[in-house]
Design a protein around this ligand. Structure first.
Ligand SMILES: Cc1cc2nc3c(=O)[nH]c(=O)nc-3n(C[C@H](O)[C@H](O)[C@H](O)COP(=O)(O)OP(=O)(O)OC[C@H]3O[C@@H](n4cnc5c(N)ncnc54)[C@H](O)[C@@H]3O)c2cc1C
Length: 401
């Protein structure tokens, strides 16, 4: 059995960065990836990069086929670059296959070429997350019922696109496909759009999307789905709705169970994520987990920071932990962009904080006039002694830059 100092399961952001860093430091490293179409991980192949390329193409009025072609070129280029970055390192072996634990130091790896086992002193889980298909009768992946990866392989623009789930991924695809010219309907069982945002922010986003022609079917529970060769029907209490393609965007769950973590004594939490401490160590002393599989915020830059925390323990000062990142910024790439850092006003009030709030219509900012897009709102809250007027002026100054 081949012996490595480090085995990394998954070619995600944290995994590939750690593999390169440890390889350069002279460690013998195995990086195991189940699919050659996923070298570089979710972000490069089916996440940030293809979606943001398509958002850009949609904004520059490309036709759908040309946009998909450019998306494929960008992804292929980056996937190859990611592969070569590691393949060139003598100390790193890229092993194709699906890994699972045989015991706390041994991984079984199965591929079309056969099965093999490797032994590793330390193991790092970076297996990411996978789309959730809710249990609704008839809701099975197929040519017309797709997740966020499947929709990236469409060969023709659907005339009518249904999106199940009004979360951040659903919104990005809704805005993008509406710009390409699809009739888009967002279906969500929640009565309020974006329930985790403040009501004024979700209302502003809803108005912007509706002005773009996107229909909102909120408070709509889909009881069953049936598909034929040319359409998909959603059966709801409000009646049947027909679309040409249905995107299922109801969340992503950690890809942990299939690793057979119980064989190594690695504990999962109630949501099926790998349980980790603040330094990303699992319940087993020589096994760590990084990225989406830990059940934390699902962003590439969080996975990268997870790498930094683990690397710091292995070859640094050992001072980094997840406690260092109190406020995590994020954006949804609609136009204009929805971004937030920190708690919402509602969350801050729930925590009993004594806060002051200021909100400013984007239309009040000269830059919005310059670029001729006055949609949206800016909002901030703070505690302490800053006056409302100073906060307003400070913000206005920032946004004029
Ligand atoms: C549509 C979409 C858009 C997104 N847009 C953004 C964005 O704009 N900005 C942002 O920051 N984040 C975005 N994200 C989230 C981001 O892509 C993820 O948070 C990030 O890629 C997670 O990286 P990771 O390191 O956890 O692992 P991943 O990159 O998910 O990699 C995990 C790898 O492990 C492999 N694997 C799984 N199980 C096994 C196994 N048993 N054996 C071997 N290999 C295995 C998988 O094939 C995969 O390649 C988006 C996600 C999606 C789906």
């Amino acid at each position: 059995m081949k012996h490595y100092q480090a085995a990394i399961i998954g070619f995600g952001k944290a995994g590939k960065t750690l593999a390169a860093a440890l390889g350069r430091a002279g460690w013998r490293v195995a990086l195991i990836e189940q699919s050659s179409a996923m070298y570089g991980g979710t972000c490069i192949n089916v996440g940030c990069i293809p979606t943001k390329t398509l958002v850009h193409e949609a904004q520059t009025a490309s036709d759908f086929a040309a946009a998909m072609q450019r998306k494929s070129e960008v992804v292929s280029f980056l996937r190859e670059k990611n592969y070569l970055n590691l393949a060139h390192l003598e100390q790193v072996d890229i092993i194709d296959g699906r890994a699972e634990f045989a015991d706390a130091h041994t991984l079984n790896i199965v591929s079309d070429q056969g099965a093999q086992a490797i032994y590793a002193d330390k193991i790092f889980i970076n297996s990411g997350a996978e789309a959730i298909f809710p249990s609704i009768s008839g809701l099975q992946p197929g040519p017309r019922i797709v997740d966020s990866s499947g929709i990236l392989n469409l060969t023709a623009l659907p005339k009518r696109l249904g999106i199940l789930g009004g979360g951040y991924i659903g919104i990005e695809f809704a805005a993008m496909f509406a710009s390409f010219g699809s009739e888009v309907t967002l279906f969500d069982s929640a009565p309020q759009f974006l329930p985790r945002e403040d009501a004024d922010i979700s209302a502003a986003v809803q108005t912007i999307l509706q002005d773009q022609g996107i229909r909102m079917a909120l408070h709509t529970t889909v009881n069953a789905v049936s598909s034929s060769s040319d359409s998909v029907t959603l059966h709801t209490a409000q009646g049947d709705r027909q679309v040409d393609v249905l995107l299922v965007a109801t969340g992503r769950r950690p890809a942990a169970r299939q690793l057979k973590p119980e064989n190594a004594g690695v504990m999962l939490d109630a949501r099926g994520a790998v349980s980790v401490d603040r330094q990303l160590k699992t319940s087993v002393d020589h096994i760590w987990a990084m990225g989406d599989v830990t059940g934390g915020p699902q962003f590439t830059y969080i996975s990268l920071d997870d790498y930094r925390i683990v690397y710091d323990q292995l070859l640094g000062k050992g001072t980094r932990s997840t406690d260092d990142r109190a406020n995590i910024p994020w954006s949804v790439f609609m136009t204009p962009t929805l971004s937030r850092i920190g708690l919402t006003e509602a969350q801050a009030r729930e925590q009993g904080r004594d806060i002051q709030v200021v909100s400013l219509p984007v239309a009040a900012i000269p830059r919005a006039r310059v670029v001729n897009d006055t949609r949206g709102v800016l909002k901030a809250w703070w505690t302490g002694r800053i006056s409302r007027l100073s906060a307003w002026h400070c913000w206005r100054w920032i946004h004029m830059k």
